[in-house]
Ligand binder design. Sequence first.
Ligand code: 26V
Length: 800
Amino acid sequence: MKDISAQRPGKEAFRADILRHLTYTLGKDAGHASDYDWRMALSFAIRDRIVGPWFASTRRTWAENRKRVYYLSMEFLIGRILEDAAINLGLRDLAAEVLADLGQDFATLAGEEPDAALGNGGLGRLAACYMESMATVGCPSYGYGIRYEHGLFRQRFEGGQQVETAEDWLKTRNPWEFERPESAYTIGFKGEVAEKDGRALWTPDETVIASAYDTPVVGWQGRWANTLRLWSAKPTQAFDLERFNRGDYAAAAEPETLARTISRVLYPEDTTYQGKELRLKQEFFLTSAAIQDILRRYLETHTDLTALPTHVAIQMNDTHPALAGPELIRLLTDAHGIGFEEAFDIAQACLGYTNHTLLPEALERWSTWLVGNILPRHMQIIERIDSLHRRRFPNRPHYVGIVKHHEVRMGELAFISAHRVNGVSALHTELVKERLFPELNKLHPGRIVNETNGVTPRRWLRMANPALSGLITETIGEGWEDHLDRLTGLEPHVEDKGFRDAFAGAKRANKVATANWIARTTGISVSPDALFDVQVKRLHEYKRQLLNILQTVAQWHFIRENPNLPHVPRVKIFGGKAAPGYVVAKEIIHLINDVAAVINNDPRTGDLLKVVYPANYNVSMAEHLIPAADLSEQISTAGKEASGTGNMKLSLNGALTIGTLDGANVEIREKVGAENFFLFGLTADEVEERRKDVEHARHAILANQPLQDVLQMIAEGRFSPGQRDRYHGIVDRMWHHDYFLVASDFGAYHAEQGEVDRSYREADDWTRKAALNTARMGFFSSDRAIRGYMEDIWGVDSAL
Ligand code: 26V
């Protein structure tokens, strides 16, 4: 292992690098440079330092003929890169010092960087954490994705309602990417399939070019770096000069516009599947470019394609890149003359599939008509895979299969094409076996494995929470960042009052900073002495932000009715976006904002209760809020949240969890100890049982007076004075439908929030619990998760 300090530049050298970039890359004189210019110069100076480890890693992989991992994902939710890269290179403090000498402020410049928001939520952020961990543990790998011109939309509130606008991260220069015009592939759509010399010959009648942009991803201490390769769609035929000369300017640019549409925008749906042609084209665009690139790289140094699985592991992040199987088989058979069954076996030995959701509405199914039209050759291959599988497993029940009712089921396709299928938490993996693929699991015992999610401690602790990180290093020394298990070394110190005070002090400092940030961004003043109660995640019914806000109303009502009791002051913090077409989720956002407006202006409750919902939750906002949280809300209907990763970030940063037995909450509770976790609610099995009572909602509401009062207030227009019936839909669904069992869990949740208050009053004991959360969360490092994938799925060794 090389010592990074040996490679770290001196102060003078780094200052010279920044000034050189300012002058020669930006063409600016220091006297006239803007924050933008300084940020660019700094970014380039840092990027220069990534190139060394990046080249060294790539050369080693080639020289040692190492197996590579290819992580295919439609989403990479990266966030900002500057500070993260600086920290991994050990340059953060040096850069700040040099900039200060130059009259600049590191945090201000880093804060100017737009988030790379090429993802919706958990699945995309997980891909970003895994890229960073693959670099940290020295797993030779490439991430493949799409270079969307517009990432996830920006969210504003108007009259409390969500309004979306286009996001524009590429408006300014992206200093982290290298354009690779020489790495370009033709991607075909539609057309005909003929036969020639016994092989299928697909002649597409639409084509676009996939053109590569590479971003180096450097791991902890710069020991290894990998490549994130994002594809941008370009026209095969740039410009119709003839039309232009005829004066038809718009038509002249048409082929260009059409082609570029494919990488124009990230789909903002994360739980509702819609069979949109453009989405299918995006998925094939990513997948085909990736598979072509993988084969091209392999064939540079190998000739025998049957040995592909020895050198190549391909991971499908959900079913979105599930055409990887058919596309690889197509190239092996049609382009390289390998027989179908052998091609299938090769593909299967390369492929792994990660499932991230059980929600039926999120499972991809494409009509055979659409697939047959857009990808006629792939449709044939999918049908052959299905019949090969039926032939090999003659006792396969008739209702199991890839093609059913004129639809291609992408989950079944991915399962059958892969040698390993994994869930993302222990509970989720069991449910994948029992509920999602029970028959396929019986036919392929051992194929389904668990890889519990993790998060990168570099970004989510070291970078986001310098106060706590400093205390950890002071207490247990350096090295916990890439050996997160070492956090258990904090445990003995938890009994030391001095340590607890320091821990509480770090939390308090973070809360003060967040209170100031909340005042600046929302105009609401909150007390840092209040309990900061945080629910940040995508808006979805199953995540039950509704349960949270209904309980908030109940608590408000309770304080008003009992003004003389000693109440624990709370700030309820919400953050999250709803898919633009998800009407019910948008109603819930509106309700939260309407409730906030009433509560925040109620002099009778004052500082005892505040509700804040800063608009446009993203990775950067998460980095602000998570270190300041006292309480983490993980309250999904049991059986619905595959894992969660925000739950890990919050607990790692010393928040206690109030949660259901869902996703990774189960494992978090096991690790941190039941006494340091606020559990409530039905279990996954009880949820199924409860639903059998068609009147479960009505029964639960009638049994709970506070809930009845809350629903009554909302129905009467207490929070929508100008429009009494605004929330009749929500109230009506609560009484008659309540699919996610908000009413059934309300009583237990409300009671457990009382426990939270009682615990919070015992300030020192609360701190003990919070510190034990941090100390016992080491398991949830994404380094551990990646090592699991390397061992159980990819068969790849660390190069370090
Ligand atoms: C689904 C779909 C459906 C088709 C159209 C576009 C689209 C885009 C994204 C998705 C993703 C849904 C699955 C997802 O995000 N799952 C989350 O994955 C996290 C990482 O494993 C996990 O922690 C969350 O519990 C899980 O909800």
